[in-house]
Design a binder for this molecule. Structure first.
Ligand SMILES: [Zn+2]
Length: 264
């Protein structure tokens, strides 16, 4: 008898519990669908905003050195000019896939200025690159370089802007933030001012990205790896998007403090 009663109670319980569970599942599913739709709409809005902000922009990318000017020499014998070019090319690819018009100051292993290159004409070479950016009406100029230091343990990418130029500084900060976020540089490495001639001569916001240290064996290997080069290009592009979105929101973004010291 006791068993039958328990059975009936169980049955009653099941009658009550099952629909509730069923309702809960239906509600959860509906919620999930609603959340999914909202999220998809959000993504669409975000990507539309990004696309509307970046499309048609002109980015001039400057692969450092080239031709008779090798740049710095890596621990494994790689030359800076042979690392900066593929990274610049990958950045151009990333820009192109987002309808951003990207131009390179050089697309082969050669100098940009007319005539024979020699170290005494370094300034002419830099001027020729800046002239191209100005002639092409660049919205942004990005010079790609690789670093070197006597001690091999230094590593990480770093972005520089000309001192006193606030738009360039915001661009440098945005790119550096992405490099840190994507673990392409330690978080203590900040965007810094640097008195680079080429940056001074470009009218658009201009930065120089030292993509890493060729004096560090691991980083030198990374910088020659297409997958790592692509990660760098993605990070730089993400920084560009952040910069343009911020400019769209508030063109004269204030409240940023100056970095503590200047790069020589
Ligand atoms: Zn260089």
């Amino acid at each position: 008898m006791g068993g039958r009663q328990t059975g009936r109670r169980r049955q009653r319980l099941r009658l009550v519990v099952v629909p509730r569970l069923h309702l809960a599942l239906v509600a959860a599913s509906l919620l999930a669908i609603a959340a999914g739709v909202a999220y998809a709409r959000h993504l669409a809005t975000v990507s539309w905003t990004i696309q509307a902000t970046v499309s048609g922009k002109v980015v001039v990318i400057d692969p450092g050195h080239g031709g008779d000017d090798p740049g710095t020499l890596g621990v494994d014998g790689v030359l800076e000019k042979d690392v900066t070019l593929p990274i610049a090319q990958r950045l151009r690819e990333v820009c192109g896939s987002h309808a951003v018009y990207a131009l390179l100051t050089r697309s082969k292993d050669a100098s940009v200025a007319e005539g024979i290159w020699d170290p005494g004409r370094r300034r002419d070479e830099l001027q020729a690159r800046a002239d191209l950016a100005n002639r092409w009406r660049a919205d942004v100029f990005i010079s790609v370089h690789a670093n070197s230091f006597p001690e091999s343990y230094w590593h990480g990418a770093q972005t520089f802007h000309y001192p006193g130029d606030q738009r360039s500084r915001r661009l440098a900060l945005a790119i550096q933030q992405q490099l840190v976020k994507r673990h392409l540089t330690p978080d203590y490495r900040e965007a810094l001012p640097g008195r680079y001639y080429v940056l001074h001569q470009v009218q658009a916001p201009a930065v120089l990205v030292e993509v890493g240290f060729l004096s560090n064996p691991q980083e030198s290997r990374n910088l020659q790896d297409p997958a790592y080069q692509r990660r760098l290009a993605d990070a730089i592009f993400a920084g560009l998007v952040d910069f343009w979105l911020a400019e769209r929101r508030s063109p004269d973004q204030a409240g940023m403090t100056e970095p503590r010291y200047e790069y020589p």
